[in-house]
Design a binder for this molecule. Sequence first.
Ligand code: SAM
Length: 256
Amino acid sequence: SDHHLDYPKSPAHIDWSSHYPAFFTSQTTEESTSLLSSTREDTKQSLSISTKSSNLLIDESLIKSQRKVEFADLGCGYGGLLVALSTLYPDTLLLGMEIRVKVEEYVREKIHALRLQHPGQYQNISIIRMNAMKFLPNFFEKGQLSKMFFLFPDPHFKTRKHKARIITTQLLAEYAYVLRVGGIIYTITDVKELHEWMVKHLNEHPLFKRIPEEETNKDPVVFHVSQSTEEGKKVERNNGEKFLACYVRIEDPYRM
Ligand code: SAM
């Protein structure tokens, strides 16, 4: 279903201001980057003469426009996690990534409605239609993300379909690239076999280390990972079991 998807040449080719208009000024990123550096200079100069608060305000709004997506929800479905984390992390940009046309449309409209109903809120969440298994480094720079979510991914039970799973050795290399050192991958599923598959591949990867349960229990995000998505709620209603595994991106042990 991704035959008609266009891929951005690079993260800089995506119009992020259309996703998070409140976080961007009307200038293009390039303009605001040069403006930012010149404003900083000006601000420094004027600060040395007087402490004009207007300069500081301009500076702040421009800095805001330099913000980048930090949390990515891959295969976000109906967007329950985005909505839940939006108010918990109001200054962080969150992006849902979803392959299904109708689902992406639904979430986009939901976010639009939330923004209208709650002025000033839900400005930090958005969704993009894409195949999360393709060209992720075209969407995010190296080390840009601090959290990646893989919540109740499609299980692809048949052996010949295993290569379609969202956690594979090859894809983990891409996730390690876009995730910064110290960043966290959250996985959860109600399918025990898929959980074991994800744990096995993550354990085998040199750039990820499992976070012990005592620690994940203290992470405020984990509650939402388990309870806030539509799939998580469905599993809850059916009294299904949920298997959680969180991994931290570690420094490359082979790097000199
Ligand atoms: N994470 C959501 C939740 O917990 O409610 C949705 C779970 S649903 C079982 C899996 C979602 O992943 C579906 O919405 C599906 O369309 C999406 N998906 C599957 N493969 C994908 C891919 N390669 N790229 C982006 N989304 C994908």
